[in-house]
Design a protein around this ligand. Sequence first.
Ligand SMILES: *Cc1c(COP(=O)(O)O)cnc(C)c1O
Length: 375
Amino acid sequence: MEFIDLKAQYRALQTEIDRNIRRVLDNSQYIGGPIVKELEEKLAAYVGRKHCITCANGTDALQIAFMLYGIGDGDAVFCPDITFISSTEPSHMLGAVSVFCDTMPDTYNLSPESLERQIQAVLAEGSLKPRAVVAVDILGNPCDYDAIIPICEKYGLLLIEDAAQSFGATYHGRKTCSFGQISTTSFFPAKPLGCYGDGGALFLDDDELAAQCRSICVHGKGPRGKYDNVRIGMNSRLDTIQAAVLLPKLKALADYEIHNRQTVANRYNAAFAGHFTTPYVAPDCQSVYAQYAILATDTETRDRVVAHLTEKHIPNMIYYPTPQHRLPVFCNEPSYGETYPNANDYCARTLSLPMHPYLSEEEQKQVIDAVLEAL
Ligand SMILES: *Cc1c(COP(=O)(O)O)cnc(C)c1O
């Protein structure tokens, strides 16, 4: 059994993926070109944004967003305590400071209450300027944008949606990658929409900023081309072969993969109800379950389930064992009085199980039986 079965997905899409890769080899255009353009148009249309700009990976996408808005020295960037370090790395690369906020007890996403407390604490302390919020749709489940957007507006903060885990999810009928001034995603192979290497994208609506964003991706190129550099940029592009792989995968995601993920999650939810805390998805929202995480009653029980699954050769992971504020690299950063009770509790009890659109009922039964046996 695989934790995320990319081989099963390849078998299902092999004819189209192979044909598309051939097209790239036959044309020998390996960077950019019509296939990348076609993908960008389809991605933008799918999420409901005017512009999609692909780049080399999801971490670059976030750094490019920060560069586009000139985030740097003296700026405070607010982000949730439960995330992957990519959400906060660009702050540190560019001289800004990450201010971690506690998470919600039910969705494990950014807590609007903690966000507002941290903004006020930074303002009161006075040495940093509150600039931006990175809202992460953790585990594939969208953040509470109806609560977060008004806080960003109240304090004049830029909202960046980190949708690396949530491509294809919906919040009140609207797709992720469409919230905030700018959104980013990742096509790392294990993400809900993954390629066969590294890849990422930015989404935004403003024409002028979209042009600047493309310039940053290609060494700050100017209107007269790539040797007319007008700003400091990066070398961050999506390989054409990756776009060729992503086109059929995007179609499969929209046609049936998101639906299959719901079926798998619903079966798990029914089996684990009463034994574990199962994922909470708010009404009128849909998660893509980048990870299916359950919370055990305590750490000891979680660790017992992990040991039993591992003994039975059932893949399992902990996303994430450590909240950002306790990572060795960040543990000396100021917390502004926040004690992160929800993030600490989540990390102490969480456990992720095999989850992907090709997980058979039989495989799921094995996972469920082994988890319940461990209790
Ligand atoms: C995976 C991930 C990223 C970064 O993506 P890469 O393509 O691996 O650079 C950013 N944010 C979150 C929350 C992620 O899970």
